[in-house]
Design a protein around this ligand. Structure first.
Ligand code: PRP
Length: 189
């Protein structure tokens, strides 16, 4: 079976540990098309300067690897791993970088790559941290945006798709660390 097999709704996929797809929100072809377009938009938006594409792990790993291959200008890649404390903890809004990019951010155009903007909490916390590093510019590229976040401190300049209000897995998105490797984005039954 090749990885390009697209399971119909209700049909099980051997990658799904017995779960079944309820609905494919975005299939491989639609994702590839949109990623190509995003690459074009990003290439045009940065005619000069040092561009550093920063992927927020783990969710962005597949999107980022496809996206950078569609950006036709020089760039560097690094990653961030963030750990946020739960809402119940004091000073909610605290985020700690578990992996801090080694690359210097000062003076660079930073493109932060996310798989999905949901409540927006993750981004709001990270933006503050990144701004402290004095980049030349800071923009966000998210594959999916639920458009439900209130009080986002920073626009998401590049968005792949408006996301349906369903729990989505695949193409980097997980449920309890599973299903990140699906080549499509789906909700499960
Ligand atoms: C998920 C997702 C985004 C974030 C979005 O990350 O990858 O980073 O949540 O949610 P928000 O807008 O409500 O903050 P998660 O913490 O599950 O880690 P992961 O990337 O390792 O899956």
């Amino acid at each position: 079976m090749s990885s390009t097999v697209r399971p119909a709704a209700g049909i099980s996929d051997p990658r799904l540990s017995g779960r079944a797809v309820r609905r494919i929100a975005f299939d491989e072809a639609a994702i590839a098309r949109r990623v190509r377009e995003l690459g074009g938009e990003i290439s045009a938006a940065y005619p000069d300067g040092d561009l550093l594409v920063l992927g927020l792990l783990k969710g962005s790993f597949i999107f980022l690897s496809d996206l950078v291959r569609q950006i036709h200008r020089p760039l560097q890649v690094d990653f961030l791993v963030a750990s946020s404390y739960g809402d119940g903890m004091v000073s909610s809004g605290t985020v700690r970088l578990v992996y801090d990019p080694e690359t210097q951010l000062e003076g660079k155009d930073i493109l932060l790559v996310e798989d999905i903007v949901d409540s927006g909490r993750t981004l709001n916390r990270l933006i503050d941290l990144l701004v402290e590093r004095r980049p030349r510019s800071l923009e966000i590229c998210a594959l999916l945006h639920k458009r439900i976040a209130n009080g986002l401190k920073h626009d998401t300049k590049f968005v792949g798709f408006d996301a349906p209000h369903e729990f989505l897995v695949g193409y980097g998105l997980d449920h309890a660390e599973n299903f990140r490797h699906l080549p499509y984005i789906a909700s499960l039954q």
